[in-house]
Design a protein around this ligand. Structure first.
Ligand code: NAD
Ligand code: AHE
Ligand code: ZN
Length: 368
């Protein structure tokens, strides 16, 4: 079939809107009509050329929601008409990762996903004679896309696509990092570095978990009012101090119980670790750093009890947890609407990247 997509032709170039060819679903695969997709910083990161796994030409996008149009042979859990959220972290429930009970990182299709192809090693997308790469196994910047059955969470039909698409990455990553990765407990003190589409969800997760002190740190003071609405109790303008760590340690009399890096800056990752309390403070890396970047600290920081961890997709097991998060939204337990600052058609998708780089949006959503 033919469908419309935004194509990343080369690193650093604006996306181009074209009609593309999409092959139907093969064994174990599902054809989905994408109704809406968010634009996450990770899409910008890959488009910039900083992603060691970045491939071009590709159809980016990993924060979508849509409707099943067709299923390939062997698909048993989904049928045409089902509403779904694509999962860049699938859940096969059979691999050694899924059955370990220790991680949400499913190993079933990760290798081919990173190579921009479906599990059988081929792409379903092409334009003319040229193949296009898939991205993160999802490619939601296309009006239609094909995914493995294990990479789709079935959700309720009354949830609005233009809001719950954000659960496909940002909402789940931020809230999940707090409740599933860090397991923040009531009364905890928390520091959140970077108050964008992920960091504000960390703040909302910390408030849900009962944290009493939630310190937000950003270079952009325009983030303060919304962060306060979501539960931030204190704000540090990182552009106005050269001692963020000292400021936090003093404010909290020794450091925070938990910190979260939601930027992708290795220098800030160090600050996030070092502002944690001696003996027990845990720092969770969420931000994705570019090729060649490395983190550093004195090992003494770890010897004296601080813990450095990371999280992908907030530790969520997608097919199990994503439908629950959709319920939380529909029940009014979490706020998504205030974080979606811009909505636009696919033709204007490059504006979404501009708004992100200018610090003017939290989340932009493209509706098809
Ligand atoms: P965003 O652009 O919406 O937000 C980033 C925020 O960081 C902005 O508010 C910006 O002003 C602030 N910032 C930038 N440099 C700063 C500095 N030096 N000090 C303080 N604040 C600074 O991005 P996002 O969509 O929220 O994504 C954040 C990061 O999380 C990205 O690296 C993204 O790739 C990553 N991410 C990771 C996962 C995961 O599963 N681990 C999932 C989604 C996104
Ligand atoms: N391809 C990059 C790493 C990118 C990365 O870390 N991705 C996160 C999700 S970011 C969503 O916005 C993730 O889930 N990582 C786990 C995984 O298996 O990819 C690189 O550095 O090579
Ligand atoms: Zn993302």
């Amino acid at each position: 079939m033919k469908t419309r997509a935004a194509i990343a032709t080369a690193a650093g170039k604006p996306l181009e809107i074209h009609e593309v060819e999409l092959e139907g679903p093969r064994e174990g695969e599902v054809l989905v009509e994408i109704k809406a997709t968010g634009i996450c910083h990770t899409d910008a990161f890959t488009l910039s050329g900083d992603d060691p796994e970045g491939l071009f030409p590709a159809i980016l996008g990993h924060e979508g929601a849509g409707v099943v149009v067709d299923v390939g042979p062997g698909v048993t859990t989904l049928a045409p008409g089902d509403h779904v959220i694509p999962l860049y972290t699938p859940e096969c429930r059979q691999c050694e990762f899924c059955t370990s009970g220790k991680t949400n990182l499913c190993g079933a299709i990760r290798a081919t996903q990173g190579k921009g192809v479906m599990p059988d090693g081929t792409s379903r997308f092409s334009i003319g004679r040229d193949k296009l790469f898939h991205y993160m196994g999802t490619s939601t910047f296309a009006n239609h896309t094909v995914l493995p059955e294990i990479a789709l969470a079935k959700i309720r039909k009354d949830a609005p696509f233009d809001k719950v698409c954000y659960i496909g990455c940002g909402v789940t990553t931020g809230i999940g990092a707090v409740i599933w990765t860090a397991k923040v407990e009531p009364g905890a003190t928390v520091a959140v570095f970077g108050l964008g589409g992920i960091g504000l969800n960390v703040i909302q997760g910390a408030r849900m978990a009962g944290a009493t002190r939630i310190i937000g740190i950003d270079l952009n003071p325009a983030r303060k009012p919304l962060a306060e609405k979501f539960g931030m109790t204190d704000f540090i303008d990182a552009s106005k101090t050269d001692d963020v760590v000292g400021t936090i340690v003093e404010m909290t009399r020794g450091g925070v119980d938990y910190s979260f890096e939601c930027i992708g800056n290795v220098k800030v990752m160090r600050q996030a670790l070092e502002c944690c309390h001696k003996g027990w403070g845990e720092s969770i890396i969420i931000g994705v750093a570019g090729a060649g970047q490395e983190i550093a600290t004195r090992p003494f920081q770890l010897v004296t009890g601080r813990v450095w961890r990371g999280t992908a997709f907030g530790g969520a097991r997608g097919r199990t947890d994503v439908p629950k998060i959709v319920d939380w939204y529909m029940d009014g337990r979490i706020n998504i609407d205030d974080l979606i600052t811009h909505t636009m058609p696919l033709e204007e998708i490059n504006t979404a990247f501009d708004l992100m780089h200018e610090g003017k949006s939290i989340r932009s959503v493209v509706t098809y």
